[in-house]
Design a protein around this ligand. Structure first.
Ligand SMILES: [Mn+2]
Length: 324
């Protein structure tokens, strides 16, 4: 008898509505063994003074992402066969009411992640989650300032404010702390009214490139890809994605929505142009489930981005393994 085309095992793999939810239906691996790419929930939103419901992001994305345990259509690869991808669980929240203590706890946790060589992809939480991750990277495997690809409708380059250095003004703080290299940093998607014009001035003066939504649309995807690759080069680079970079049509459920944004189709084209970039980690932040629409379109958009980032990094892991 010939092999069935649609096996029981394959059939079971499509039952994404069944079982305990994990990111992309990956095995839960809280002790970090046998892992190349670690998916982490970072359910913390104390860095944003108003929209605290972002802490629900990881739980919702775990649910929705169960159906994304599939191959990458355009790249024609199955990331889950290229690398050991695991759900490491959630970042412990020992001091959720004290942002600086919480950041120190998270940093200690991520130091363990980096020390064993895992590449983390984190699901926030608000944008303050990025900095404990990157401080941990610097203290362990990446002592040199990192390249940064930052998608956002805001530059997040305000000075430290509100009594903490962990507010989402992090891209300025990250530069001042020497964690990211401003000459290897590109920001993409800025638009809308701005609290302080000086904030954008700081970005324009310090970062290699700030590609506003207007400039993105004017120059087109190919030109944006070229610019990003020029700026970050071959060195280790982090990808930080604030979902409010996307137009609210495709991502309404964010903490600080801004209209007239990039559509997910435009952003996906650019992300497909990041193949082979030396990504040492990534995050997806600012998803706020209670303000998503009933079909959870923002969760689905987040899951698609997660699948893209996982695939980009899994290809690098497989290439490295072959070269070794
Ligand atoms: Mn933002």
């Amino acid at each position: 008898m010939s092999e069935p085309i649609f096996s029981d095992e394959l059939f079971a793999s499509y039952q994404h509505w069944s079982g305990i939810p994990t990111f992309l239906r990956c095995p839960h691996q809280p002790n970090f063994q046998d892992t190349d790419i670690g998916l982490l929930g970072f359910p913390y939103a104390g860095g944003n003074p108003v929209e605290h419901m972002q802490y629900l992001g990881p739980r919702t994305i775990r649910n929705r992402s169960m159906g994304f345990a599939r191959a990458h259509r355009e790249f024609k690869v199955d990331p889950f066969k290229l690398a050991r991808i695991r759900d490491l669980g959630d970042v412990p929240q020992l001091h959720p009411l004290v942002p600086d203590l919480q950041a120190a706890d998270a940093q200690a946790y991520y130091e363990k992640v980096f020390k064993v060589g895992i590449i983390p992809i984190s699901i926030g939480g608000d944008h303050s989650v990025t900095w404990p991750i990157l401080r941990a990277a610097r203290n362990t495997r990446f002592p040199q300032p990192l390249g940064m690809i930052h998608f956002d409708s805001h530059t997040d380059s305000m000075p430290a404010m509100g009594g903490t250095k962990n507010h989402a003004g992090g891209f300025r703080i990250g530069t001042e702390e020497g964690i990211i290299d401003p000459k290897r940093t590109v920001q993409i998607g800025m638009r809308g009214p701005v609290a302080l014009l000086e904030q954008d001035d700081w970005s324009n003066e310090n970062f290699a490139a700030v590609i506003t939504t207007e400039s993105f649309v004017e120059q087109g995807e190919e030109s944006v890809i070229k610019k990003v690759r020029e700026v970050v080069g071959d060195g280790p680079t982090y990808l930080s994605f604030d979902l409010d970079a996307i137009d609210p049509v495709d991502a309404p459920g964010v903490a600080d929505p801004e209209i007239n944004g990039l559509r997910i189709r435009e952003i996906m084209k650019v992300i497909h142009g990041f193949r082979g970039l030396n990504l040492m980690g990534a995050d997806i932040v600012c998803y706020c489930p209670p303000v998503d629409n009933p079909s959870q379109i923002t969760a689905l958009t987040s899951c698609q981005l997660l699948h893209e980032f996982v695939t980009l990094i899994a290809e690098n892991v497989a290439k490295k393994r072959t070269a070794a």
